[in-house]
Design a protein around this ligand. Structure first.
Ligand SMILES: [Zn+2]
Length: 128
C-alpha cells in the first residue's frame, strides 16, 4: 500500500464528502448511486463495516424540510401565488435538495464511522 492513510478528522470529512475511501482517500466508495463497492480498489479496505442505515436520509429530510417548507411559506405569505406556481417551484427543489446531497452525506457517514471506529455494541467487551 503506497497511499498515506488518513488520520485526521478533516481528512476523513473531505474523503467522505468526495465519496472516497475513508482509509486511503483515493478509491471510490460507491459503485452505483448509493450501492457500496465490496472493497476499496486502491487500498483493499473491506467496506463490510459500513452501515450508515437511515442516517443520511434523516439528516437530509430535516434539512430539505426546513429549506422547502420555509421557502414555500415565505413565498405564499409574500406573493400569494396560484397553487400551480408552488408545484412548479417546489417539486424540482425537493428533488434537488434531497437527491443532491444524499450520496456525499452517505459517504460522510461512512467515513466518520470508519474514523471513529463506530460499531454496534457487543456483550462481553471486557477483554482487550
Ligand atoms: Zn482505500
Amino acid at each position: 500500500m503506497s497511499e498515506k492513510p488518513i488520520h485526521t478528522l478533516s481528512g476523513a470529512i473531505r474523503a467522505g464528502l468526495a465519496c472516497r475511501c475513508p482509509r486511503c482517500g483515493q478509491g471510490k466508495v460507491f459503485q452505483g448511486f448509493l450501492a457500496l463497492r465490496p472493497r476499496c480498489e486502491v487500498c483493499g479496505l473491506d467496506y463490510g463495516f459500513a452501515d450508515s442505515g437511515d442516517g443520511p436520509a434523516v439528516f437530509i429530510m430535516f434539512l430539505a424540510g426546513f429549506i422547502v417548507v420555509g421557502a414555500a411559506l415565505i413565498t405564499e405569505v409574500v406573493y400569494r401565488p396560484p397553487f400551480w406556481v408552488h408545484a412548479v417551484l417546489w417539486l424540482p427543489l425537493i428533488l434537488i435538495v434531497t437527491l443532491g446531497p444524499l450520496r456525499p452525506m452517505k459517504g460522510l457517514m461512512i467515513a466518520l464511522q470508519y474514523h471513529h471506529q463506530a460499531a454496534e455494541s457487543r456483550f462481553g467487551g471486557g477483554e482487550r
